[in-house]
Design a protein around this ligand. Sequence first.
Ligand code: ASP
Length: 353
Amino acid sequence: MKCLFTLFAIMTMLPAFAQDFSDKITLVIHGGAGTITRANMTPEKEKAYREGMQLALHKGYDVLKKGGTSVQAVEAAIRVMEDSPLFNAGKGAVFTHEGKNELDASVMEGQSLKAGSIAGVTTIRNPISAAIAVMEKSPHVMMAGRGAEEFAREKGLEIVDPSYFYTESRYKALQRAREEEKTELDHNAKDEKALKKGPKSGMNAPENLIFDEGKKYGTVGCVALDRFGNLAAGTSTGGMTNKRYGRIGDAPVIGAGTYANNNTCAVSATGHGEYFIRSVVAYDISALMEYKGMTLDEAAREVVMKKLVERGGEGGVIALDRQGNISMPFNSEGMYRGYIKSDEKSEILIYKD
Ligand code: ASP
């Protein structure tokens, strides 16, 4: 009798264990937000970005289709964009004030709430893989600088000479940003007056620093849902042009640039990192769903289109829930973004309209 009861209990639980999300697998990517308008785009450039994003979407989606995990899919998609000089991550990363490329990346898994991140590294070819190694092969969540590089080397990840990350266009952007900074500094009196009045946004924005030329935040990110019903999110970046003093943005900060929780959503952000850190953007979207019962889209829009706008934080997010719902709000001119769903419906978008 006891045996029969146990068998019955196991049989009623089986469907829950075996719940299959194959018809919900979804992958969403972004390639950065910012002043991306039709007017400052050429057909060649647009084609290159579309092809780069298409490749990333398909690499990630193939992993999901073959039964891989959401973390593996996020890694596959982000590596494509890290290896492409078009995006501000891996090769093609922006330059620091000193003329270096310092990379940040993070990952989070929605079932276990495990996370990994690396910051300020200069020799790891694929920072997203290092973040995953931190999550899966260490007891830590975040590693920075030389230690993170030593760890990546020990784990057998590809190490490159810092010159690998160089691209002429990003280097020129640094020269322009430094020139503009010089001009700005010549007008210090005006800036000081403005600063005395207090920051425009209500937050302590460094008004006299020029970051990325043309304000394009080319960070890359990916969120995915696998057939086991697990969400994951990852983000990788070179940060902001002309950054100084070992500045670290939101991309490697769990809860700010990246967050995933199977009970709510997976989020990856792009934009002016300082605002995203202070607004704990990715976690705030999850919290609004958890505590206020908002839908994914309501929560993402509340944070990006209201809270961030009020605080002066420019940028956007990609977000995905366990039902395969997608939200991709941004308050900048444009955001490179795209998705692919289980019915293989896929779309790549760049502009606001
Ligand atoms: N969020 C990144 C940072 O502040 C920049 C970006 O999105 O491109 O480092």
